[in-house]
Design a protein around this ligand. Structure first.
Ligand code: GRG
Length: 295
């Protein structure tokens, strides 16, 4: 049997997320215009990495994806998609392109983009509350996602990122921004998969640590690609960090050191999976593929 390459495996897994998102959207009884904006935002070709991470962490423990894991993966993708819509707004990064297509506020308008983001964020929690069984598991997932995406996570990081523009950024601020803005959503994804899979405390901690490390590496790669790649390859405007004088790893520690930190984080992520043995090979491959990604 011919072995399929890892990117194909990610894409195939992402299809399961796309189907779940489609089903969720189809059931929304809302006005046609909002449905159109939400459909546009959710159908743009995102990598679905956080959602796939939920599924693979769950599979590691349970062997097979179930309804809870599928809904948890859709929920984190809803939150992630909202964050990108808002991040692209004129008051934030003011971007025209995302995922290779015009941003939501460019296709519709700013008001529609803000509301679509709000709708996706709230819908994520409705999905968890309605679809996850038992209720105690739903409560855990809701609390975790709110915590990691909120003021002590993604929003806190985004605020610091916004304020760090055009300032002399130090390493401590840089680590705070990257950890909160990006890495905590990866930690959250791994932990959500662990919760759905009934992880022990030790398994939960290992998967959370793995998620945090690959998340931090993911953002450093993003910083590097912003400099070294093209808008066509990235599907979003390249070179923006330098123009906006953003607080990034290449800017603060230099390119060589940034690449060294990336590699170390990947090794640390892989070390965190030790207790799972060979069963965690997919997660190991994921860590390497994110280190080497080009978009
Ligand atoms: C509430 C107005 C308002 C703004 C909040 C929450 C927020 C805006 C922004 C989140 C911070 C953010 C966008 C971090 C960047 C993380 C990152 C590298 C995103 C890109 O992720 P990919 O590459 O994207 O996985 P795809 O398109 O593949 O899903």
């Amino acid at each position: 049997m011919q072995e399929i390459d890892f990117n194909t495996r990610i894409r195939r897994k992402a299809q399961a997320v796309n189907f779940a998102l489609k089903r969720i959207l189809d059931f929304q009884e809302t006005n046609q215009e909002l449905k159109e904006v939400l459909g546009y935002a959710l159908n743009t070709p995102g990598k679905r990495v956080r959602a796939v991470l939920v599924l693979w962490c769950h599979e590691l423990l349970k062997g097979q994806v179930d309804h809870n894991a599928e809904m948890a993966s859709a929920a984190i993708e809803l939150v992630h998609t909202y964050s990108l819509i808002h991040d692209d707004l004129p008051a934030m990064d003011d971007d025209d392109m995302r995922r290779g297509v015009p941003t939501c506020h460019r296709v519709f308008d700013e008001g529609a983009a803000i509301l679509a983001g709000d709708a996706l964020l709230t819908l994520a929690f409705e999905v968890l509350a309605r679809e996850i069984d038992p209720p105690a598991m739903a409560l855990k997932l809701i609390g975790l996602l709110a915590h990691e995406a909120g003021p002590t996570g993604m929003i806190g990081g985004q605020m610091a990122d916004l304020r760090a523009e055009k300032t002399e950024c130090d390493k401590k601020t840089l680590e705070y921004i990257h950890t909160n803005k990006t890495a905590k959503m990866f930690r959250c994804a791994a932990a959500m998969g662990a919760i759905c899979g009934g992880a022990s405390k030790k398994q939960y901690e290992s998967l959370s640590e793995y998620g945090m490390k690959i998340g931090l590496c993911f953002q450093i790669t993003d910083d590097i690609l912003d400099i070294s790649s093209s808008s066509e390859e990235l599907g979003k405007t390249a070179g923006k960090d330098v123009v906006a004088v953003k607080c990034t790893y290449p800017a603060v520690v230099g390119m060589k050191k940034a690449q060294e930190i990336q590699k170390n984080l990947t090794e640390e992520a892989i070390a965190a999976l030790k207790q799972f043995g060979k069963k965690a090979d997919t997660l190991r491959q994921l860590a390497y593929s994110l280190l080497e990604r080009t978009k």
